[in-house]
Design a protein around this ligand. Structure first.
Ligand code: SAM
Length: 249
């Protein structure tokens, strides 16, 4: 049987790829890409001529059995996503799960991931942290999500889209309080990389004050040493908690 390699690729800066990642992508029989057109640039940059096939959320359930049969027949395959580490808010879970069920060897080729890169510079305590992936897009679900983080006694990290970053931080201030410790990483490893660090209120104001601060890709973290933790809940938080309770799982 062949091997399934899960290979991390850059989250922005093209130099952020390991020698091992390049060698693995060059020497395997097929590279499974989230989007073959998107990955073309990376593969071309490093002279990787391996055949590609797309594996994304809409076809992964259907395609997985066929790919696993090919691996069992001896092919080595590498899974990559559009950016960072596959499966981290990216496709690939059915493939990995079923590969293990079939006794196929699954090998990580580690590298960048926005969540880890960000935590390493966010200035918040890292142990323990919880990663939530993308948070819910609708306001009521988002407020319920923030409510669910109380009492804030660890670091919570999540991905948020540029469209929602301002509204989302507004809800964060409303539910977790103006003094919650917040860090936001924008466009990490890219030309307009920025870190916003401070109280929830300050970070929100910094981002809201400039349209350019609202563009690109974002990671958000919120952490503990807040009023919410020191004195349980003020009247506003209690009222919100009552309103949001029916929405919680
Ligand atoms: N698999 C990727 C990883 O390991 O980080 C994440 C893929 S997810 C579809 C894309 C989201 O990750 C973006 O919307 C953003 O929230 C976050 N992200 C990815 N690259 C980023 C970067 N360079 N700076 C900030 N956030 C980033």
């Amino acid at each position: 049987s062949g091997t399934l390699y899960v290979v991390a690729t850059p989250i922005g800066h093209l130099d952020d790829i390991t020698y091992r990642a390049i060698n693995t992508l060059k020497s395997c029989d097929l590279v499974l890409c989230e989007d073959t057109r998107h990955s073309k640039r990376l593969l071309q940059t490093y002279g990787i001529e391996t055949a590609t096939r797309s594996l994304h959320t809409h076809n992964e359930h259907q395609l997985t059995p066929e790919l696993l049969a090919q691996i069992k027949a001896g092919q080595n395959m590498a899974l990559i996503s559009d950016a960072g580490t596959p499966l981290i808010s990216d496709p690939g879970f059915p493939l990995i799960e079923q590969a293990h069920q079939q006794g196929i060897q699954v090998v990580p080729v580690p590298g960048p991931s926005a969540v880890i890169a960000f935590l390493s510079v966010a200035g918040l305590s890292v142990q323990p942290f919880t990663f939530h992936g993308f948070i819910a897009p609708k306001q009521n679900q988002r407020q319920a999500f923030y409510q669910h983080l109380l009492p804030l006694n660890q670091t919570h990290v999540f991905y948020e889209s540029a469209h929602r970053i301002v509204n989302s931080l507004n809800d964060l201030v409303l539910v977790l309080g103006a003094d919650a410790q917040v860090s936001v990483g924008r466009e990490l490893t890219k030309r307009f990389e920025q870190l916003f660090i401070g109280s929830a209120e300050k970070v929100m104001a910094d981002i809201e004050s400039d349209k350019n601060h609202q563009k690109g890709e974002f990671v958000v973290a919120v952490s503990g040493q807040t009023k919410a933790r020191m004195h349980p809940m003020d009247a506003q938080s209690r009222r919100l908690a009552r309103q949001l309770k029916p929405l919680l799982p």
